[in-house]
Design a protein around this ligand. Structure first.
Ligand code: SAM
Length: 208
């Protein structure tokens, strides 16, 4: 597998170790060469939705990467944001932005720590996508949040169909409440290329 950072490479990843490798080389250029150039807006969509449905901090940003979603939350007045990600290099970029109260390198499939107690809410943008985290990653996100706390997770629409998210949401039904699903654009109007019109589903729900 080539490790040249690109969306195509990212979508072809197969294991968490692949993510560690890819994002270690992508961290320094991700914001400018990917997010800005491709008019990536998914982090804004997630943060806006979280705030609009009444989410508040302390909040955990899962798969925080370089901190784009944390910055979008902060810009909307949310405080006490912690970030977790499997890539130490991505989190180094995030930490340098001085947005996060704490950052932790963790693999979502090993469970996520809550050293200050359960969070009031959790968000995730761009991490539940092709080649990255599948439906079983939702368990760890839910475990970090207090009962009735809001969770907003973006899932790439194609990934939702191909990896069994609908079945997972049925299994989770007794453990969650107030589920809504909204389809949103991943990229803004100036995006070009084969993925320009890609969409994500925003899964919004409370822990029961
Ligand atoms: C496309 S980036 C999204 C980053 C950021 N949330 C954003 O919207 O720009 C996907 C992130 O998921 C992280 N990731 C992939 N697999 C993971 C796993 N198993 N556990 C935790 N983080 C993971 C990657 O390291 C990367 O930072």
């Amino acid at each position: 597998m080539t490790k040249d950072p690109s969306l195509e490479t990212a979508y072809a990843l197969e294991t968490p170790e692949d993510s560690v490798q890819l994002y270690s080389t992508w961290a320094d250029s991700y914001d400018n060469d990917f997010a800005q150039v491709s008019d990536y807006i998914l982090h804004e969509q997630v943060a806006r939705h979280f705030v609009n449905i009444g989410g508040f901090g302390p909040v955990l940003d899962v798969g925080a990467g370089t901190g784009l979603c944390g910055a979008a939350l902060r810009a909307r007045g949310i405080g006490q944001i912690d970030g977790t990600d499997i890539s130490a290099e991505m989190l180094e970029v995030a930490a340098a932005k001085d947005i996060y109260r704490a950052t932790r390198v963790e693999n979502i499939f090993d469970g996520l720590a809550t050293p200050s107690g359960p969070y009031q809410g959790a968000v995730s943008s761009g991490t539940f996508t092709n080649g990255h985290v599948g439906p079983d990653g939702l368990d760890a996100v839910i475990d970090t949040v207090r009962p009735r706390g809001w969770i907003v997770v973006s899932v790439n629409a194609q990934h939702y169909e191909t990896t069994g998210f609908a079945e997972k949401m049925s299994v989770l039904e007794p453990h969650i409440a107030d589920l809504s699903i909204a389809k949103v654009a991943i990229y803004g109007p100036s995006a070009t290329g084969p993925n320009a019109k890609d969409t994500a589903l925003l899964l919004a729900f409370r822990r029961a």
